[in-house]
Ligand binder design. Structure first.
Ligand SMILES: O=c1ccn([C@@H]2O[C@H](COP(=O)(O)OP(=O)(O)O[C@H]3O[C@H](CO)[C@@H](O)[C@H](O)[C@H]3O)[C@@H](O)[C@H]2O)c(=O)[nH]1
Ligand SMILES: [Mn+2]
Length: 717
């Protein structure tokens, strides 16, 4: 990211304009389109042959029974699918024959090695099979936004868009750059969804004043940014990514107006960034002044808010109740619920230097939440934070849908929330859909993807396979849940008449228990007046001991005590009989950043593998838990949780070539003397350690350094 100073000197970058042929590489666009087409050539519509059903006009008067169809499925063409299945069958037969042959020919002198290798071969075979079988019927589901719009925008509201609570989680203003978090928030505030129907919550696990004040400033900048996005329908709506684009096309008609608006907004964005950069110093300075005034009375070095009160969260100079992992719970409504009616802006006025005459200026409700942390209590990391958000949002907005983002991700396609809603409202399995997962895409990965961050086989292979079964697994971010599914309530197709809602299960907040009842009855929540008792209740549901002796973290909410809360939470929901949907959009719904150095990436992989194994050996083991799991879904969960074991056998085989170094037993013909080999191994070890160090530093092995990496480094303080 270049500094504002350089930006000024060079003149603000001009956006690329469709009309100006300003550097848009047509050949590149054509190439990309071609690649997309050839990828899609293998897919065909599933409902071809029954077009009537798809086109059937929905009978809205008869209610749910005749809700419209809001997505269409594509399946792999038979000409590709059948040979693929046949290949799997042939390979299974070959595998069985091979293992049989191995067992019959046990003429090895070293029986333990022979047994190990048989076990390894069987293991490889089974893990391959458990990976392939669920992929026998891949399905791509495409949301139908046109139909959704047609019905939800009908006058009289016969088809109302449901509410959505959108959560951003952050855990540190230093490790997770504030600018990224605020970009994520801005992309949410500017999303294309009915303004009064969604609320944005920032969950700050660090409890720091910087994040709170940054959020307040973000809300101010949003009054310009959001109408600008709406007026010119730009994408993406995270300013940092938008202003960095070099291929963005302006397709609107008012080119001149756009150019002048763009320049103005861009300047304001640079000012906003500068404000964020200076925030830390400003708060310190302010706190010093207040502390100097206060030292006569008390001897503390508090961190002060600009209204002259001490910040209840963490302080720059930590003390007993104001440090990381030990601070009060804070709920601050940064922006309250908008009016019901659209509020178009005035023509050029002082407050609005741009003409927002035909643009709705309202912004959604925005809330800052830092849950309480006490030294004696387990915080349960992200799962604990999300559960606290589930409760606080139940009191404030109680939307039937709940979507969470990691703070290093942002909304890249402003239609994404509408797309997820298509699956939730579809008349076929909509009501039984517990969550809609989107693929994860990353900005900062180098073109060679040297650490495999893009995970294409997983996101563009395995997940479509699961979509043809009971649905994709929950992947931690960019996933919209049905609130009831998170509460551990059965899907309608399995639901009994009586649903038990008590304080043993949900904790002892009466307003929260009432909100659960309201959610089941699908009642709209009205935010109560923020009187003292309500504020006390909000603080209570985010207190560190609220979960104690309840079902939170087990049968309710996100699951605790696992290194990876995501896969196991999705598993619990599938196990109750809900299905999930995988939604990939042509313009990617969300994008984010991934670890791009070897150490961080290895950490991540070890955490994921550990979490998977932990799940396999827990009460949530896919071997026996989840009584309503579809068989292939179970096979897949088994594969996802035991895959790390495969590495042991791979390691064993990798060591085979040097096994003859063992003094007594020589398995493989000796090519050189042992001394030669020891020297060679030592030399290679040095070489590889150098190579990995080089790669982890951004390396030269595959060409230059990614500009995104540079950006991340600068932001990383
Ligand atoms: O105590 C904590 C710890 C983490 N987080 C948030 O959790 C998110 C994910 O954490 P991160 O360290 O970025 O983990 P990643 O390895 O990038 O995350 C991947 O893996 C996790 C499972 O291990 C999933 O939860 C994530 O969604 C998925 O992107 C971030 O927004 C954090 O701010 C908290 O809110 N509180
Ligand atoms: Mn992350």
């Amino acid at each position: 990211m270049s500094s504002p100073g350089t930006e000024e000197a060079a003149g603000l970058n001009e956006p690329l304009l469709a009309n100006g042929n300003n550097g848009v590489d047509e050949a590149e666009v054509a190439k990309r389109k071609g690649a997309l087409k050839s990828k899609d050539d293998n897919w065909c519509w599933e409902d071809v042959g029954q077009p009537d059903d798809v086109a059937a006009p929905p009978d809205l008067e008869n209610g749910d029974g005749r809700r419209p169809l809001l997505f269409r499925n594509r399946k792999v063409k038979n000409i590709v699918l059948y040979p693929f299945r046949a290949l799997i069958l042939i390979r299974i037969i070959t595998l069985i024959l091979f293992v049989g042959w191995r067992i019959k020919n046990s003429n090895s002198d070293v029986i333990w090695f022979w047994v190990m290798s048989i076990i390894a071969d069987v293991w490889f075979g089974l893990s391959w099979l458990s990976y392939q079988l669920p992929k026998c019927n891949p399905i791509k589901s495409i949301p139908d936004l046109v139909t959704l719009r047609k019905h939800c925008d009908l006058p009289g509201g016969s088809f109302q868009l449901p509410g959505i609570d959108v959560i951003v989680t952050t855990a540190s203003p230093i490790a997770e750059p504030i600018l990224y978090t605020m970009n994520c928030v801005l992309s949410i505030l500017a999303v294309d969804y009915h303004v009064g129907k969604f609320t944005c919550y920032l969950s700050d696990d660090s409890g720091s004043l910087i994040l709170y004040e940054a959020l307040v400033e973000t809300a101010k900048f949003a009054t310009l940014w959001v109408p600008f996005c709406r007026k010119h329908r730009i994408e993406p709506r995270a300013p940092e990514s938008y202003f960095e684009l070099h291929g963005s096309l302006y397709e609107g008609e008012s080119l001149e107006v756009f150019m002048s608006d763009y320049k103005h907004v861009r300047t304001k964005y640079e000012e906003f960034k500068m404000y964020l950069d200076m925030l830390s110093d400003a708060i310190r300075e302010r706190s010093n002044i207040y502390n100097r005034m206060e030292t006569k009375k008390v001897d503390t070095k508090a961190t002060w808010m600009d209204n002259g009160t001490q910040w209840p969260g963490t302080w720059f100079d930590p003390t007993e109740n104001h440090r990381m992992g030990h601070h009060a719970g804070i709920v601050q409504i940064v922006q309250s619920h908008p009016n019901h009616m659209a509020q178009p802006g005035p023509q050029e006025a002082n407050n609005y230097p741009l003409n927002f005459e035909d643009v709705d200026l309202r912004l959604p409700m925005l809330v800052y939440v830092a849950r309480e942390k006490g030294s004696g209590c387990e915080h349960n990391k992200k799962a604990g934070a999300l559960n606290a958000e589930l409760r606080i949002s139940a009191l404030l907005s109680n939307a039937p849908f709940f979507i969470n983002f990691d703070c290093d991700h942002y909304i890249n396609n402003s239609q994404a929330l509408l797309a997820a809603i298509c699956f939730m409202l579809d008349r076929r399995e909509g009501d039984n859909t517990g969550f809609v997962q989107f693929p994860q895409r990353f900005d900062n990965v180098d073109p060679t993807d040297r650490y495999g961050n893009h995970n294409r086989v997983f996101f563009d292979g395995a997940m479509y396979g699961l979509n043809g079964q009971q649905g994709p697994t929950y992947l931690g971010t960019g996933c919209m849940f049905r609130r009831l599914a998170l509460y551990g309530i059965d899907p309608p197709c399995w639901r009994s008449k009586e649903i038990i809602i008590n304080s043993n299960k949900f904790g002892n907040s009466l307003p929260f228990l009432n909100s659960v009842l309201a959610a089941i009855k699908q009642e709209q929540c009205v935010t109560p007046p923020l009187d003292d008792s309500f504020v006390a209740e909000m603080t209570r549901v985010v207190s560190s001991s609220y979960d104690d002796s309840t079902d939170w973290g087990r049968g309710v909410g996100y699951i605790y005590k696992m290194a990876t809360e995501d896969i196991v939470t999705g598993f619990r929901i599938h196990g109750q009989g809900w299905r999930s949907m995988y939604c990939s959009m042509e313009r990617e719904a969300f994008r984010g950043t991934a670890p791009i150095n070897l150490t961080e990436r290895l950490h991540q992989i070890v955490r994921w593998s550990g979490g998977s194994l932990e799940m396999f050996f827990s009460y949530m083991s896919p071997l026996f838990a989840g009584h309503r799991l579809n068989t292939m879904q179970r096979v897949s969960y088994i594969n996802f949780t035991i895959y790390p074991i495969t590495s042991l056998f791979i390691l064993m085989y990798a060591l085979c070539p040097v096994m003859w170094l063992l003094p007594t037993e020589i398995f493989i013909q000796r090519p050189y003397t042992r001394d030669h080999m020891v020297g060679l191994v030592a030399q290679r070890a040095v070489f590889y350690s150098q190579l990995s160090k080089c790669l982890s530093n951004g390396g030269v092995a595959h060409g230059g350094q990614s500009p995104y990496k540079e950006r991340y480094k600068i932001q990383g303080h």
